[in-house]
Ligand binder design. Structure first.
Ligand SMILES: [Zn+2]
Length: 245
C-alpha cells in the first residue's frame, strides 16, 4: 500500500515529457576579440565588450543558453528546454573562445558549443588541447567542423569521409566527448556530403543558412543566426524579433 503510494507519487512528479518541438535560435560566432588592423574578414571578430553586452541582453530578456544536444533531446522528448532557449556556437576553434568567451559565459553559468576544426588545436592562435579540455570541464559541447576546413562539395567522397568521420574520431579520442553534431565548413554541403555526415553517426548538422533551427526540417541542415562584429545588442534584438515573428 505504502509502496504503491510512493510509486504513484514518483510517477506523478516525473511524468514522461512530451517532446518540446519549439524552434531554437543557434547563434554563430567566430572570434571574440578586436579585429587586428587589416583583417581580411573583420565581421568574424566580435569585441569582448560587445559580446558581453549581447549575452547580458539575452539574459535580461529571458533567454538561457543550452547545448545543441539539450535542444535535440528536448525535441525528441528527453528533458525540457527553458522558456527562451538559445544555442551559442563558436566556429573553427580560436583561442579567444577560451580567453574571452568562456569567462563571460561562465559568469552566466551558460555553456557554449565549440565547432572545432581539428587542425586548429595546433597553432598558438587556436584552441590548444588544454583549452578545449577547459571548455569541456565548463560543460561546453564540442562538435566536429572537419580536420582542415575544406569546401566539402569539392572533394572526392573518400576525402569527405576522412574529413567528416576522421574529425569525429579525432575529437572523441582526444577529448572523450560524444561529438553528436557536425557543422559544415563555410556552410558548404550537398546531398552526398549530408549522406556521409549521417553515415558517420552524427545526429544532425548545422549550416550557415539564416533562420531558426526547427525539429520538423532536415536534421542535417539546421539553420543558424550569424552574429557579426558591429551587430550589437540592437541588431541582435531586431534579428531575433524578426525570426520569432
Ligand atoms: Zn568554419
Amino acid at each position: 500500500m505504502l509502496t504503491t503510494f510512493v510509486l504513484a507519487a514518483i510517477i506523478g512528479a516525473f511524468p514522461p515529457a512530451a517532446p518540446d518541438r519549439r524552434p531554437v535560435p543557434i547563434l554563430m560566432y567566430h572570434v571574440i576579440a578586436a579585429p587586428p588592423a587589416g583583417a581580411r574578414y573583420p565581421g568574424l571578430y566580435v569585441r569582448p565588450a560587445e559580446f558581453a553586452g549581447e549575452m547580458q541582453w539575452l539574459a535580461r530578456n529571458g533567454y538561457r543558453a543550452v547545448t545543441l544536444e539539450r535542444a535535440w533531446n528536448a525535441w525528441h522528448g528527453l528533458g525540457r528546454l527553458p522558456r527562451r532557449p538559445v544555442v551559442l556556437t563558436f566556429d573553427d576553434g580560436y583561442r579567444s573562445d577560451f580567453t574571452n568567451a568562456l569567462p563571460i559565459l561562465r559568469r552566466l553559468r551558460w555553456p557554449g558549443v565549440l565547432n572545432l576544426e581539428v587542425a586548429n588545436t595546433r597553432p598558438v592562435w587556436g584552441t590548444r588541447p588544454g583549452e578545449v579540455e577547459a571548455l569541456v570541464d565548463a560543460h561546453w559541447e564540442i562538435d566536429a567542423h572537419t580536420l582542415t576546413h575544406p569546401d566539402l562539395t569539392r572533394l572526392s567522397l573518400a576525402a569527405v569521409w576522412r574529413q567528416v568521420d576522421g574529425s569525429r574520431l579525432a575529437i572523441r579520442r582526444e577529448f572523450h566527448v560524444p561529438v553528436e553534431f557536425f557543422a559544415y565548413p563555410s556552410g558548404r554541403f550537398d546531398r552526398e556530403v549530408e549522406k556521409l555526415v549521417r553515415r558517420a553517426g552524427f545526429d544532425a548538422a548545422t549550416t550557415t543558412v539564416e533562420g531558426l533551427a526547427r525539429p520538423s526540417g532536415d536534421p542535417y541542415a539546421l539553420d543558424r543566426v550569424r552574429v557579426s562584429g558591429g551587430v550589437g545588442v540592437l541588431g541582435l534584438a531586431a534579428t531575433l524579433r524578426a525570426l520569432h515573428a
